[in-house]
Every structure is written in C-alpha cells, then in structure tokens.
Design a protein around this ligand. Structure first.
Ligand code: ADP
Ligand code: MG
Length: 307
C-alpha cells in the first residue's frame, strides 16, 4: 500500500484533505492555511548534512506549502527529536532557523523536544483572504501550465550524493536550500486557477492537480526548464525520470487561463523569477485513466514512495 492509499483508507474522514495546506476559517473574511512536514535523517537528508542546512530545509519545505496556496506566513511550531544534546549543533541549527524565519516574517510560537533518532517536524500556518486560496482543484481545460525556475537540480544532487560523488555548489544549494516561492504564490492569487508545489516530482504533483480538477494535461519534455548541469546529465543518460520524478524541487506548478496571461507576464517581470510554460490542460479523456501525456517520453517514471 502506498502513502496516498494509506491516507485515503485510514485518515480521509471526509474533511476535504488533499491540498498543500488545510484551510480553516477564522472569521467572515479570513482563512488560516496550515501544513506539517517532517524531515528524517537518512530519508530526507544524509547524516553528514550541516545543522544549518537541516534547519533551513525543515522550515523552507513548509513555507513552500504555504506558497503553493498563496498564503502569507504567520507562525510555526517545531517538534525536534534529537539523539543527544549537542550544543554547537543546536547553536547552528537555531541560528539558521531564525535567519529564514526572520526573512519570511514567520514566528516560532511553540513546539516539542524529545530524545530519539534525529527528526524535525514543523507545522507552519499562514493567512489568506477567504475563498482566495490557490487550490489543486481549479484547473480548467485550455489553461497553460507553468513551472517556476528549473527542475531536477535537487534530484541530481541527491543521486550524486548517494553515488559518493561531489555535487557542484549550485546543485547542493538547490537540494539543501530550496527557495520557498512565497512572493510568487501571493502574486498568483486571482491569476492562477490551480497550484501545487513540486515536492515529489512534476509528474506526480501535476497528476494531483489533474485528479483534483478532473482534467487531463499534455506537457512537452523539450520545453522543461533545466539548468546547464541537468541538461548535460540528460544529454548523457536520457534519464528524464530524474527530472520528472526525482523530487525535492520545491518549485511551483500552476495553471493560468488565457485571460490572465498578460497579468502573469507582469508578475514575472516584477519578481524577476523564471516562469516557463510547459504544456496545457486538456479535457480528460473519457476512456483513458492515464490523464497526463508527456510528449517525447517513452516510458513511465516511478516517483519516490515512502512505503
Ligand atoms: P505535501 O507533499 O504537499 O506535503 P502530501 O503529499 O504529504 O502533501 O499529502 C497529501 C495530502 O494528504 C495533504 O493534503 C496532507 O495534508 C494529507 N495527509 C498526509 N498525511 C496525512 C495523515 N497522516 N492524516 C491526514 N491527512 C494527511
Ligand atoms: Mg506540497
């Protein structure tokens, strides 16, 4: 049983789960968006990762889920499980966490501290105007599909680390310090019809949008935004699955109708972030269960599954 079947069978109690954050109304005008993510040593980061990078990533991946909903960060809690009290480690961890928290104006309001194998759980909460949140369920046939920045850099770094190779500084930066696209998410409010952050690879995460929106999509490998290093790796290996299913990109994938394309261009210029059109949303085929067509791919890629 995979992680999604498990959640559906045991924890989908009709509470409308499935987006990057849960939405909770606080008054007539506003909603809180809340998300939780855990990082485990050996699963999400290698044992020799610096405390600074672990702290950064633990908060950044949660901020990325807030970004995917267009939420403005408010506060977070920190549940820390440590094998021992290592003060130099804690000093660096807390410093780095604090720097990112200050940069993103999010406040640490509580948590839990226990002894055990190293794991970090952060629950982050942001705020939105009611009914404005970007959801996975709003994609419409005819929408253009966009992604921010480049894909596959973190996955290539992870693969090289596992093969005892030394990734370049740029690749490692992508793996250890993904930039949460908070400003982009906020700017997409009223522009994008749907949005998700790419944590498990474009193929799986775009498929979540398609399932939730009951639409299909056609994307084109030739136009996927790649860094020079990833493009070189693909040229040598044809390993497109690393880009499509490698995970850990923490870029936003979103869909925009023709009517809002000009507004999107303005957002792109204002934020100076690279946005690439990678395909279009199509009507779902009534006969085909397989709703994502990837032009140029001759096999199916398997995304990371926890189980
Ligand atoms: P993300 O990659 O954005 O963090 P996930 O793929 O981990 O999201 O989770 C998919 C959806 O399932 C989310 O809406 C999440 O809140 C929900 N979910 C995950 N685990 C559980 C759980 N144990 N109980 C209830 N809901 C869960
Ligand atoms: Mg997410």
């Amino acid at each position: 049983m995979n992680e999604f079947d498990l959640i559906k069978k045991y924890f989908d109690w009709g509470q409308d789960i499935g987006d990057d954050c849960a939405l909770v109304s606080v008054n007539r005008y506003q909603q809180l968006a809340t998300t939780v993510d855990t990082l485990i040593e050996g699963v999400h980061f290698p044992a020799d990762t610096t405390p600074q990078d672990i702290a950064y990533k633990a908060l950044a991946v949660n901020l990325s889920d807030l970004a995917a909903m267009g939420a403005t960060p408010l506060y977070f809690t920190l549940a820390l499980t440590l094998p021992s009290v290592n003060e130099p480690w804690l000093e660096k961890f807390s410093q780095s966490l604090r720097v990112l928290a200050q940069q993103c104006s999010i406040h640490l309001i509580g948590g839990d501290t226990t002894k055990g194998a190293l794991s970090i759980t952060i629950n982050a909460t942001g705020i939105l105007t009611k009914n404005q949140a970007l959801l996975r369920s709003g994609a419409q046939a005819g929408d253009s599909i966009f992604v921010s920045n480049t894909l596959g850099d973190a996955a290539l770094a992870w693969q090289q680390l596992q093969n005892q190779q030394n990734p370049s500084t740029a690749l490692l930066e992508n793996f250890n310090r993904p930039e949460p696209r908070i400003k982009l998410g906020q700017s997409l409010l009223g522009i994008a019809n749907s949005c998700i952050d790419i944590s498990d690879g474009l193929q799986q995460d775009l498929s979540h949008i398609l399932t939730c929106s009951k639409v299909g999509a056609s994307i084109d490998l030739d136009v996927l935004p790649l860094s020079a290093e990833v493009a070189k790796h693909i040229a040598n290996t044809s390993d497109w699955c690393m880009v499509l299913a490698g995970g850990d990109d923490y870029e936003l994938c979103f869909t925009v109708s023709e009517a809002h394309i000009n507004k999107l261009k303005t957002v792109q210029e204002e934020l100076g972030v690279m946005l690439t059109k990678i395909g279009v949303i199509t009507l779902r085929s009534p006969v085909s269960q397989f709703r994502l067509t990837i032009e140029g791919l001759d096999k199916t890629c398997k995304s990371y599954q926890h189980f």
